[in-house]
Design a protein around this ligand. Structure first.
Ligand SMILES: Cc1cc2nc3c(=O)[nH]c(=O)nc-3n(C[C@H](O)[C@H](O)[C@H](O)COP(=O)(O)O)c2cc1C
Length: 240
C-alpha cells in the first residue's frame, strides 16, 4: 500500500476488506445459458481493437467471425497493489477474452481524460462522480452493435460499482443492446463482481445477462497463466 494514501482511499480499502465475496472468481446468477448463433458472415480476425474508420465493414457484417464483441474500460498509471502499470488490469483480461472467444475489442476511453494517473487522486474523482451520478462522456465511435449477438462488458470495480462512464455507455446504447446477450466481467482487489450483473440487467432490461467473471487486478498483472485458465474455463462453461 502506498504511503501518503488519503483518508478517503484508506476508508475505501477498509470497505474492500469488509466486503463479503465468495472467492476471487465470483460467479453471478445465470439468466439464460444459450448464446445466440444468428451471425453468419465473417469479415475480420479476432482480438483487434475495433477501429471503425479503418476496418473493412462495408455492409454491416460483423468484424469478428464469432459475432462477439468485448467492450471494456481500464486505466493505466498507478493502480492499487500493482503500482505503475502500462496496461490496465481489465484490458489484460479483455484481451484474453478476445483471444479465446474470437471477439473484437472496443475500449471505452474518456472523451476528456480527466482521470488522474495517481491512485489517491483517481479514487477521489471516481467517488465524486459516483456521488453525483455523473455520466462522463467517452470518445470514439461505438462499433455497429447490430453486428454482434454477444457482448462481453468489463471494467474495474470502482467504489463497489461500475465506473460511471460505463453507465454512460449502457444508457446511450440501451436500444442497440436490447435483445443481445451481455456478459459482465470485473477486475477488483477484493470486491469480486460487485453486482455488475444485476446492475447491468437493470441498466439494460431488454438484454440477457449471463454469468460474470471477477478477476483480481493483481492476478491479471502477475498471474496471467492462471487467469487465462480461468477465463478460458468460464468462456467454455458459457458455451462459447
Ligand atoms: C477509483 C477506484 C476505486 C476502486 N474501488 C474498488 C472497490 O470498491 N473494490 C475493489 O475490490 N477494488 C477497487 N478498486 C481497485 C480496482 O478495481 C482494481 O485495481 C482494478 O483491477 C483496476 O483495473 P484497471 O487497471 O483495469 O483500471 C478501485 C480502484 C480505483 C482506482
Amino acid at each position: 500500500m502506498r504511503k501518503g494514501m488519503s483518508a478517503v482511499a484508506a476508508g475505501m480499502i477498509l470497505a474492500f476488506a469488509c466486503t463479503v465475496f465468495s472467492n476471487a472468481d465470483t460467479k453471478a446468477d445465470t439468466k439464460q445459458a444459450a448464446p445466440s448463433e444468428d451471425v453468419t458472415e465473417i469479415s475480420e480476425a479476432a482480438s483487434t481493437t475495433v477501429e471503425t474508420e479503418t476496418e473493412e465493414s462495408t455492409d454491416d457484417e460483423p468484424l469478428a467471425e464469432s459475432g462477439i464483441l468485448v467492450v471494456y474500460f481500464s486505466r493505466t498509471g498507478e493502480q492499487y497493489t500493482v503500482g505503475e502499470i502500462e496496461k490496465g488490469n481489465t484490458a489484460i483480461v479483455a484481451e484474453m477474452i478476445g483471444e479465446e472467444a474470437g471477439a473484437d475489442l472496443f475500449e471505452i476511453l474518456p472523451a476528456d481524460d480527466h482521470y488522474p494517473m495517481t491512485y489517491d487522486e483517481l479514487t477521489d474523482v471516481a467517488k465524486q462522480e459516483q456521488n453525483e451520478k455523473a455520466r462522463p462522456e467517452y470518445s470514439g465511435e461505438v462499433p455497429d452493435l447490430s453486428a454482434y449477438s454477444t457482448i462481453f462488458i468489463g471494467a474495474p470495480v470502482w467504489w463497489g460499482d461500475w465506473p460511471m462512464i460505463m453507465y454512460t455507455f449502457f444508457e446511450e446504447n440501451e436500444e442497440e443492446l436490447s435483445g443481445k446477450t451481455l456478459i459482465p466481467f470485473s477486475t477488483h482487489e477484493g470486491s469480486g463482481l460487485s453486482g455488475f450483473d444485476s446492475k447491468l440487467s437493470s441498466a439494460c432490461p431488454d438484454s440477457t445477462v449471463l454469468d460474470g467473471l471477477a478477476v483480481r487486478g493483481n492476478d491479471a498483472q502477475n498471474e496471467q497463466d492462471s487467469v487465462r485458465d480461468s477465463v478460458n474455463k468460464w468462456i467454455s462453461e458459457l458455451g462459447y
